[in-house]
Design a protein around this ligand. Structure first.
Ligand SMILES: [Fe+2]
Ligand SMILES: [Fe+2]
Length: 405
């Protein structure tokens, strides 16, 4: 083979390689994300290894017609260059689909010139307080490809009509290992592109930087586009949104707890929604062996009790536990309003149970992967806990607080 032919051959291989990278939107890690106003706006984030030309999001009304996609509305996407731990660069995009109609089904796709994802479908939140359900998972973190995939799929199979998915932190174990994010998005697949994501930040999103100390990984924000209506110093890790009669609040359980407690008190003081659900990674009452939860209790318990928060979704302890309704650290009497706390895990890492708060928990479990469905209705909230094989292990009906009626 002549030198010319070898060069040509190499060029062709490189060309095919580049085309392959562009033509692999299944590896783009598309995450449909909740916005501050899900009746009117949905966010999306994705990433590529070769920079897209004119990255954007196309949106159309969903329809059964084959020509449903002829006149999309186009929203430009922002590009962020992310440097990975091996010094390679990837391109992260985020876009907002705005001016949507409430309770309406849309199809969207992401991409750039000549390179697009498939059309993915979602529905905006209704303006009314119609019943709805959402999915909650505890820490994925470990066994992402091998174990967590079955938890996500089992949850979705049980509740394909879930209107969003929340995960209570530690989505991956080492946030700077890009392969872990790859595995995480493999486990979620197209479900993440169709059901709005509500991720909570855990301690495993942090790493120690020689200059700045403990900071959260530069891999967190590019993978999502989340509301920035919490503390300015905790963008996209402390936020809230309203969804059909529910206020959902996400706290960062790792840092600035006292500042967030003040913020939480302000948010809840003006709240009129029937339901308030709160999520933070580190539990107030630890279920994991050797743990306590005192730091989070000291920061948030008074505010949670004051505003009669209905339900607190947590992770971190790699076990399962659901408390009785509690107030001031003790089970309430029958017919009194209390707050229910739950800890869960969806990944393969499992801890031993902690007997420390046994008197507060009505049910606990270990060595098992779980998913949870929360049905939000006008007069009751139903918390259903399933092991990953689809067996219902716990069901609790929560009545609303009289404070917000
Ligand atoms: Fe954790
Ligand atoms: Fe964890």
């Amino acid at each position: 083979m002549s030198t010319f032919r070898i060069r040509n051959y190499r060029f062709t291989l490189l060309f095919i390689f580049v085309l392959t990278l562009h033509a692999s939107p299944e590896d783009w890690r598309i995450a449909l994300c909740i916005s501050e106003n899900p009746t009117r706006q949905m966010n999306v984030a994705w990433r590529t290894e070769i920079e897209l030309d004119t990255p954007s999001v196309q949106v159309v009304l969903n329809s059964p017609l084959a020509k449903f996609n002829e006149t999309p509305v186009v929203f430009p996407a922002a590009t962020e260059i992310v440097t990975l731990s091996d010094s390679s660069r990837v391109y992260a995009y985020s876009g907002a689909m705005k001016n949507l109609h409430p309770g309406t089904s849309y199809a969207y796709r992401v991409g750039g010139v000549d390179s697009w994802s498939e059309w993915l479908v979602f529905t905006t939140a209704a303006e009314s307080t119609d019943n709805f359900r959402f999915l909650y998972f505890g820490d994925p973190q470990n066994g992402l490809r091998s174990h967590v995939s079955r938890a996500f799929r089992a949850g979705y199979k049980a509740a394909p009509d879930a209107e969003f998915i929340t995960m209570a932190g530690d989505l991956v174990s080492v946030p700077d290992i890009d392969q872990q994010w790859e595995d995480f998005f493999h486990a979620g697949g197209w479900i993440f592109g169709q059901v709005p994501q509500v991720p909570v930040m855990g301690n495993h999103a942090y790493y120690v930087n020689r200059t700045w100390g403990k900071v959260y990984s530069n891999q967190w924000r590019p993978h999502f586009k989340l509301p920035e209506n919490g503390l300015e110093s905790l963008p996209e890790t402390n936020y809230y949104f309203h969804y059909q009669g529910l206020l959902f609040v996400v706290l960062n359980g790792s840092e600035q707890l006292d500042e967030q407690a003040v913020w939480l008190d302000e948010v809840l003081s003006r709240e009129k929604s029937v339901w308030v659900v709160l999520s933070l990674h580190q539990p107030l009452y630890a279920t994991g062996d050797g743990r306590d939860g005192e730091r989070q209790r000291t920061a948030f318990l008074l505010t949670i009790d004051k505003h009669e928060v209905d339900l607190v979704l947590q992770g971190h302890d790699h076990t399962f536990g659901r408390t009785y309704p509690l107030r001031e650290g003790a089970p309430v009497k029958k017919r009194q309003k209390g707050t229910v706390y739950i800890v869960s895990v969806s990944g393969s890492k499992q801890y031993k149970l902690n007997p420390k708060h046994n008197g507060l928990f009505e049910i606990t479990g270990a060595d098992t992967q779980f998913y949870h469905i929360i049905d939000v209705e006008s007069r009751k909230l139903i918390l259903s806990s399933y092991s990953v094989d689809g067996v219902l292990v716990d069901e609790l009906v929560i009545k609303p607080s009289k404070m917000r009626q």
